[in-house]
Design a binder for this molecule. Structure first.
Ligand code: ARG
Length: 290
């Protein structure tokens, strides 16, 4: 097993202003409020699990009136020192972008916006796969479209970064971001929830991932794919004995960090993190450079 070349540095945002104030996915119900103290404790548990696995963490300042700012995966996409901010589909989240951009600008990233106005929800809908030692192919971006991002936006992202992109359609509104159906585990393995994909999408991922781990229905809907991989540790919102056995058999260590309060807003462990150490330069060389 060769561990991922990224996933050791993350941006998070403390849930000081986290709540469910609107409904933009099927999990959100304005009458079902997260408990602030429980959310804070779960967030601390996630932070502890990520640090214990060896991750370095950075924190974005929470902001009143932006309850979903905690889901930093949707801030944008990082490639080396380039940050491409999201273009949120829903007006409810569009106020997050100036905060995200300010953080990246203050931390010496080159903020490089996508052209156009088509929606694009960052690392929630775009995950790199492959390219490191032991990989079957150079790195590509696996990108989900239809619910929150468009094929047009992904095409522009591919052109902007100069990297190959494989788009898959998200067909079930419960799996509205690609990080709910796809999770790279190492250079050869990934969790895949076929429940949110059509046959074509499954084929695309099958061809890309030499050793896929397909999730069963109960695992997919409990957001097992929304996990954070740090070295050989998989920090998961939940796990089943079946899946635990497969992962441990592959040489990975499973750590469950319960995030039930955040699931009320439709987000799990991965949604609460944005990888800061993604570097797609190997992908650029593969397609002829930027
Ligand atoms: N309430 C947020 C939304 O609907 C949850 C975002 C989850 N993020 C993710 N990367 N899947 O936008």
């Amino acid at each position: 097993m060769t561990t991922l070349s990224w996933g050791r540095r993350y941006l998070l945002c403390r849930p000081d202003h986290f709540t469910v104030a609107y409904e933009i996915n099927p999990f959100m119900h304005v009458q079902v409020h997260p408990d602030p103290a429980a959310a804070a404790a779960q967030f601390d548990g996630l932070v502890e699990a990520l640090r214990a696995a060896g991750a370095a963490l950075e924190f974005l300042e929470p902001a009143a009136g932006l309850p979903d700012l905690v889901f930093t995966a949707n801030a944008g996409v990082v490639d080396g020192d380039v940050f491409v901010p999201s273009l949120f589909r829903h007006p409810e989240r569009q106020g997050e972008t100036p905060h995200d951009v300010a953080w990246f600008a203050a931390h010496d990233y080159r903020v490089t916006p996508l052209e156009g106005t088509e929606p694009f929800e960052g690392a929630g809908d775009v995950l790199p796969f492959g390219g490191g030692p032991g990989a079957a192919h150079g790195p590509v971006l696996v990108a989900g479209y239809r619910m929150r991002s468009t094929v047009g936006a992904h095409t522009r992202l591919a052109a902007l970064l100069g990297v190959p992109v494989r788009t898959v359609e998200l067909i079930d509104e419960r799996y509205y971001h690609v990080d709910l159906v796809f999770c790279p585990l190492d250079e050869r393995r990934a969790l895949i929830a076929p429940q949110g994909l059509d046959r074509y999408g499954c084929r695309v991922l099958e061809e890309l991932v030499p050793e896929p781990v397909w999730l069963e229905d109960d695992e997919a809907i409990s957001f097992c794919a929304n996990s954070v991989v740090v070295n050989d540790v998989v920090v998961m919102p939940s796990c089943t004995p079946r899946l635990g056995k497969i992962l441990e058999g592959a040489g990975l260590t499973v750590v469950v960090a319960p995030v039930g309060e955040f699931l009320k807003a439709g987000g799990g462990c991965r949604c609460l993190t944005l990888a800061l150490d993604v570097d797609l330069s190997a992908a650029r060389h593969a397609v002829g450079g930027r």
